[in-house]
Design a binder for this molecule. Structure first.
Ligand code: 5GP
Length: 130
C-alpha cells in the first residue's frame, strides 16, 4: 500500500501544495502545530531519512531550506524550526514549523485553520519562493 504522501504525490489525495520539483514536494501539514507548518517530502518512498543516499538527503535539505526561507518571509515567527521525528507516516518528511513558542515543537499544540485560509497561505508561501 503506497504511503499517504505517495498518494498525495500521485494526486490521488489533495494537498495545499507550496513547491514541487522532479524529486521533492512541499505542502502544508493537515494538522499543523503552528500556522505554516509544512512538510518537505521526497517523491521516492523511503521510510527512514538516514537510509536515503547522501545525495538525496543533501538535496532534500537544500529543497527544505528554500521552502523555509519562503515560509519565514510569509509567516511572522521568531524562526523556522526543523524536525524529522514521527512514527505516523513511514515516508521521509521534514517538518518546517514557524515558531513563536517552543510548545509549537511538541506536536501537542495544534492550530485550526479553514480550508480557505490553508489555500491562501500555501499560495502566499509559494509566491515568496525565489
Ligand atoms: P510524523 O510521521 O512525523 O509523526 O507526522 C506525520 C505528519 O503528517 C503529521 O504532522 C500529520 O499531521 C501529517 N499528515 C498525515 N496525513 C496527512 C495528509 O493526508 N495530508 C497532509 N497534508 N498531512 C498529513
Amino acid at each position: 500500500m503506497p504511503s499517504i504522501f505517495t498518494q498525495i504525490i500521485n494526486k490521488e489525495i489533495p494537498c495545499y501544495k507550496i513547491a514541487e520539483t522532479d524529486q521533492f514536494i512541499a505542502f502544508l501539514d493537515i494538522n499543523p502545530n503552528a500556522k505554516g507548518h509544512t512538510l518537505c517530502v521526497p517523491k521516492q518512498e523511503i521510510n527512514k531519512i538516514f537510509d536515503m543516499s547522501e545525495k538525496l538527503y543533501l538535496d532534500l535539505m537544500c529543497f527544505s531550506r528554500e521552502v523555509a526561507i519562503a515560509l519565514e518571509k510569509t509567516v511572522p515567527c521568531k524562526r523556522v524550526g526543523v524536525s524529522v521525528i514521527g512514527l505516523e507516516v513511514p515516508h521521509v518528511h521534514v517538518h518546517l514549523i514557524p515558531l513563536n513558542d517552543m510548545k509549537q515543537m511538541t506536536f501537542q499544540h495544534k492550530e485550526t485553520q479553514s480550508e480557505g485560509e490553508l489555500n491562501a497561505l500555501a499560495k502566499q508561501i509559494a509566491n515568496n519562493l525565489v
